[in-house]
Design a protein around this ligand. Structure first.
Ligand SMILES: *Cc1c(COP(=O)(O)O)cnc(C)c1O
Length: 460
């Protein structure tokens, strides 16, 4: 147990006003910055948007993270989605240990790949899948396949949707791109960006206009099934069905990016919330995060006739030295097999409890906020209006969020260090973890209100 557990057991010590020591994380961050840009290997891990030093985590178990100074935190990032069952689940650990003992990579086909592909095909409408090592590779490959299969070049995406750091897909992306408040990124050729049409999310008129103007040149439309990279912004009822139909009418492919929502939002991913009920299927889908069980594994899949355009069956080339790695696919398979309907019901209940508590305490402190959810995923916007697209997500009071974030962190709760990210719970978030979160909310809400007032009154 780290110092938070000890602090909390010490009568008279209020963890809200007694930030833990962070000397070891600070020393590591100094060393990291000397050898790595910004000291991190993925921008969202830095505390750019909220200030301060990211905590260097040394171990994790269940719902808890322990940092280099020995502080414990309830984890509401869950590795940005993958850790559906919590950290170091004993059955996943055992399966991984068994796989490691048999050697870690062969560069040949293996049985765990077949089993994981069968599991994904059983849970989703895809008929064939191809494994890759990251969500970025999955969307990049799906786009190449769509272009190869249609013989067209243009890609339609929505502002605020993040599909990994693929050149064509970084235009007005969410997640770290939104957090850093940059419109796109440098390093992407204008010719690449010119192949991408970026539309406002949830805007049917904009979609119809784009297809009316460019329909015969559009290879595909890609969307997050239930966007979670600008905070959680659900599609308006029927919006995904409308996208699928519009693509079909114009001979373009509909790609549903389920890297975040897959096996997370529901047992059947985001598709379980609309397509499965309404009776439509995407042409292609992408998966990652949960299906890798905490290892680098991702996939794209779709109808058998489309997937047969891929090498070695077809002419669209796609490959990977570590694709379908036996350790990663074993971890993913163990995770999915343990992710039963009961687990999703429990995640739903946990998410609801936390959402309600956040609403109650932010309301009590008069902090404008909106909580939005998609299945077991949710996020808290620090603005008083419902958020339907990226422009509305950008209206948030990020100073209020930064104050809220740091108060929670000081009280032993690790939230995403950005107002533009979903909060993730796991099946290991038990009563002790949930009550730690709830106990931290009153002081964090007061801190958010104070920071928000400072902004309103022009920096009092
Ligand atoms: C995380 C994410 C990606 C990128 O996955 P990486 O494994 O980080 O490359 C793509 N699409 C969505 C919707 C994501 O949430």
């Amino acid at each position: 147990m780290g110092s938070f557990a000890r602090l909390r057991d010490n009568a008279g010590v209020n963890p809200a006003t007694t930030p833990a020591t962070t000397a070891a994380s600070e020393a590591l961050f100094d060393r990291a910055r000397a050898v790595t840009p910004g000291g991190v290997n993925s921008p969202v891990r830095a505390f750019t948007a909220v200030g301060g030093t990211p905590r260097f985590i040394t171990s994790a178990s269940g719902a808890w993270l322990t940092d280099a100074d020995g502080n414990d935190y309830v984890d509401l990032i869950c590795s940005w989605g993958p850790m559906l069952l919590g950290h170091a689940h004993p059955d996943v650990q055992a399966a991984v240990a068994g796989a490691v003992a048999r050697g870690t990579s062969y560069g040949t086909p293996t049985e765990p790949e077949v089993e994981l592909a069968e599991e994904i095909v059983a849970r989703t409408p895809v008929e064939r899948v191809r494994f890759v090592s990251s969500g970025t590779e999955a969307t990049m490959s799906a786009i190449r396949l769509a272009r190869g299969a249609t013989g067209r070049d243009l890609v339609v995406k929505f502002a605020g949707c993040y599909h990994g750091h693929v050149d064509t897909l970084l235009a007005q992306a969410g997640s770290g791109v939104a957090t850093l408040a940059v419109p796109g990124t440098s390093g992407v050729p204008a010719s690449s960006a010119a192949e991408t049409l970026v539309l406002p999310y949830n805007d049917r008129e904009a979609v119809l206009a784009a297809f009316a103007a460019h329909g015969t040149r559009i290879a595909c439309l890609i969307t997050e099934a239930f966007p979670g990279n600008m905070g959680v912004v659900p599609p308006a009822p029927g919006f995904n069905a409308f996208l699928a139909e519009t693509c079909r009418a114009h001979g373009a492919l509909f790609i549903s990016d389920e890297v975040m929502t897959g096996f997370r939002a529901t047992e059947h991913g985001g598709w379980g919330l609309d397509g499965a009920i309404e009776g439509w299927v995407p042409d292609l889908m992408t998966f990652g995060k949960v299906m890798g069980g905490g290892f680098p594994a991702a996939a794209f899949g779709g109808r058998a006739d489309l997937m047969s355009h891929l090498a070695p069956e077809g002419s669209v080339y796609q490959a990977g030295t570590l694709s379908g790695n036996p350790v990663a696919t074993t971890a993913g398979l163990a995770t999915l097999r343990l992710a039963t309907p009961e687990v999703y019901a429990q995640l739903d209940a946990t998410a609801l409890t936390i959402r309600n508590a956040v609403t109650e305490h932010l309301q009590a402190a008069s902090v404008p906020h909106t909580v939005q959810s998609a299945g077991t995923m949710f996020s808290v916007f620090f603005s008083g209006e419902p958020v339907r697209d990226f422009a509305e997500a950008s209206q948030q009071d990020t100073a209020a969020y930064a104050a809220f974030f740091h108060s929670m962190l000081d009280q032993g709760v690790y939230l995403p260090p950005s107002a533009y990210e979903a909060w993730f719970v796991s099946a290991a978030h038990d009563e002790r973890a949930i009550s730690t979160i709830i106990d931290a909310l009153p002081a964090a809400a007061v801190a958010a209100a104070a920071a928000s007032a400072l902004v309103d009154e022009g920096g009092r």
